[in-house]
Design a protein around this ligand. Structure first.
Ligand SMILES: N[C@@H](CCC(=O)N[C@@H](CS)C(=O)NCC(=O)O)C(=O)O
Length: 315
């Protein structure tokens, strides 16, 4: 694990000293936008963009789900990094197809020779201008949701105008408390920072559990972007976050509504195809040697994700 400083790779763990033991996630460095239309910097075109992902990473997982649900497989190709993220950061098991790079930081310095920042997935690369469009998953999924509609003919809308306020409110609540909340538990280096993160995480899960008892999805009867953003954390929770990140007050399996909701989303074939528990468990337990120095990867838990979700009667 490390970062680029002026284009040079340094193998360093997160610095939590400056923030009293709390993990603070760095803002993404590339914030371009793929759009429909002529004369724009990054125009939506079939075959022009390449997506670098980790199957372990919840942020990258969002982009893979949206790529499938929006029928973009034939239009945006993908490279998958190795689950093992060690002294060189994210690496490719076999070199990636565009440049034969073996490390993801080489893609970042191709885009910006003197880049300073963390080298994260997902990354959306533009083959035409030879740069990174974006390394911010929340923005990549918005682009996938609408920019390629006239190419794919797929109008499914996961960020509909009428629900945007509700979706934004859920996202703003779920990001700090749950998506990043599990990391704030796991990467905390003081007891207090861990406990603060733990309490806000489980308070948020309780709140969503009661909401989902009456509501089929977060924003009502329709699946939206907010659900996909929550889902990628939930599906990793019992397998990794309970043990490795000490998020162990309860499992998702102990929350009937959240568990049924998660299973319903998982059982969508396109979504199941993007979920890889080998990469998920291997990455966290093998890569975070500060947390798990033996690198032993647990065999369990046995997950029950294919049993009936029981959510049909909820509107
Ligand atoms: N804001 C980014 C965060 C992405 C992110 O932090 N990805 C993690 C993997 S789960 C990563 O690549 N971490 C490497 C590092 O921090 O050095 C997004 O949502 O796209």
């Amino acid at each position: 694990m490390g970062k680029l400083v002026q284009g040079v790779w340094h193998d360093v763990w997160y610095d939590t000293k400056a923030s009293g033991g709390s993990f603070v996630r760095e803002d993404a460095g590339f914030r371009g936008w793929v759009e429909e239309g002529e004369g724009v910097e990054f125009a939506a075109e079939s075959g022009r963009y390449h997506l670098y992902v980790s199957l372990a990473c919840p942020w990258a997982h969002r982009t893979l789900i949206m790529r499938q649900l929006k029928g973009l497989e034939a239009h945006i190709d993908v490279s998958i990094v190795s689950p093992d993220m060690l002294s060189e950061g994210w690496e490719f098991t076999e070199s990636e197809p565009l440049f034969g790079a073996t490390r993801l930081h080489q893609i970042y310095t191709r885009a910006k020779l003197d880049y300073t920042g963390r080298v994260t997935v997902p990354v959306l690369w533009d083959k035409k201008t030879q740069t990174i469009v974006s390394n911010e998953s929340s923005e990549i999924i918005r682009m996938f949701n609408s920019a390629f509609n006239s190419i794919t003919g797929n109008d499914n809308d996961y960020y509909p105008l009428s629900l945007r306020n509700t979706i934004d409110e859920w996202n703003d609540y779920i990001y700090p408390n749950i998506n990043n909340g599990v990391y704030r538990c796991g990467f905390a280096t003081t007891q207090q920072a861990y406990e603060d993160a733990y309490h806000s995480l489980f308070e948020a899960l309780e709140k969503i559990e009661s909401h989902l008892r009456r509501s089929r999805y977060l924003a009502g009867s329709q699946i939206t972007e907010a659900d996909w953003r929550l889902f990628t954390t939930l599906i990793r929770f019992d397998a990794v976050y309970v043990g490795h990140f000490k998020c162990n007050k309860k499992r998702i399996a102990d929350y009937p509504a959240l568990n049924g909701y998660m299973k319903e989303l998982y059982q969508i074939e396109d979504v199941k195809q993007t979920t890889d528990f080998y990469h998920i468990k291997r990455h966290y337990y093998y890569s975070h040697t500060g947390i798990n120095p033996t690198q032993v990867v647990p065999l369990g838990p046995q997950l029950d994700l294919d049993s009936p979700h029981g959510r049909e009667s909820i509107v």
